[in-house]
Design a protein around this ligand. Structure first.
Ligand code: NAD
Length: 292
């Protein structure tokens, strides 16, 4: 019988440590600045998953002392209305971070809307200026999910230099910035995507394998090199045989745990790290605005 060997990369536990660090940093700064950091999350429509994510972010903000300026708009809200809300938040001195909860209803141009956010308040790191800074290795706000992956790997002292890192997925939200961050850390990076052929040949050669696809349990044991580090970014809601709904990742956890050295769980891996990086980015913007 195969035994479990992989060590868990515990994003939940580490994210709580980051929350504690941020809480004490905020407590110190607030007495000097005279206000807490502020985050505005904008949500349009009634997507239940988005609503759950927004609630989660609001709770996390509250736990560390970040003020929430969240706004919820009906589905039929126009682009120009949302644009003017973003512009007024750009000018609002109490707000250090602005995030538009994605996905937006299909008739709204989300890219054009994200471009309205002032780059210094773009805590999701999706503005072209911040993405450009990432490509140039300049300081700037970094996308939360890949930044969360990097922080978690660092926490477990996983070295990336010279390692072969394979990223599955090439989205602007995860795959592309993830690849750039790994490159910045001197890994040799391969990006695989929906048109990649012979996926298993590529994944089998990965020292570090990052799955950000959105296909439940796509990654099986035979696709993973023995001793690899496997990071599961995927979040997929499935209904099991008992009719119960639960979240699973892109990695077949039970199988892959028998070959990998390190593995993230879903839930409790990159999800909480993403929220921790959102709080961190908000506090970074707050610090910069205080110093400027
Ligand atoms: P996306 O749909 O924008 O991109 C998916 C990517 O997967 C695409 O680039 C596509 O080319 C690639 N792909 C599709 N089929 C493939 C295959 N068979 N083999 C290899 N690559 C394939 O999704 P996204 O926004 O990048 O998110 C990916 C996953 O990560 C989703 O499950 C999402 O829910 C999850 N996610 C999690 C967090 C978090 O906080 N943990 C944050 C963002 C996204």
């Amino acid at each position: 019988m195969e035994t479990k060997t992989a060590k868990l990369l515990d994003g939940k536990a580490y994210s709580l440590k980051i929350h504690e660090q941020l809480k004490s940093a905020i407590a110190q700064l607030e007495s000097i600045v005279g206000r807490p950091p502020g985050l505005a999350v904008l949500m349009v429509g009634d997507n239940p998953a988005s609503a759950a994510y927004v609630r989660n972010k609001e709770r996390a903000c509250e736990s560390v002392g970040i003020a929430s300026f969240n706004r919820h708009f009906p589905r039929e809200t126009s682009f120009s209305e949302l644009q003017s809300v973003i512009h007024s938040l750009n000018d609002d001195k109490r707000v250090d971070g602005i995030l538009v909860q994605l996905p937006l209803p299909p008739d709204l141009d989300s890219v054009a809307l994200l471009h309205q956010i002032a780059p210094e308040k773009d805590v999701d790191g999706l503005h072209p200026l911040n993405l450009g800074r990432l490509i140039r290795s300049e300081p700037g706000l970094r996308s939360c999910t890949p930044a969360g992956v990097m922080r978690l790997l660092q926490e477990y002292s996983i070295s990336l230099e010279g390692k072969h890192a394979v990223v599955l997925g090439r989205s602007i939200l995860v795959g592309k910035p993830m690849s750039m961050m790994l490159l910045e850390a001197n890994a040799t990076v391969t990006i695989a995507h929906s048109r990649t052929q012979n996926l298993q040949e590529i994944t089998k050669n990965a020292d570090i394998l990052i799955a950000a696809v959105g296909i439940p349990q796509l990654i099986t044991a035979q696709m993973v090199k023995k001793g690899a580090v496997v990071v599961d970014v995927g979040i997929n809601r499935i209904t099991d045989q008992n009719g119960k709904s639960r979240l699973i990742g892109d990695v077949n956890f039970e199988e892959v745990a028998t070959v990998a050295n390190f593995l993230t769980p879903v839930p409790g891996g990159i999800g909480p790290m993403t929220v921790a990086m959102l709080l961190q980015n908000t506090v970074n913007s707050y610090q910069l605005s205080v110093n400027s």
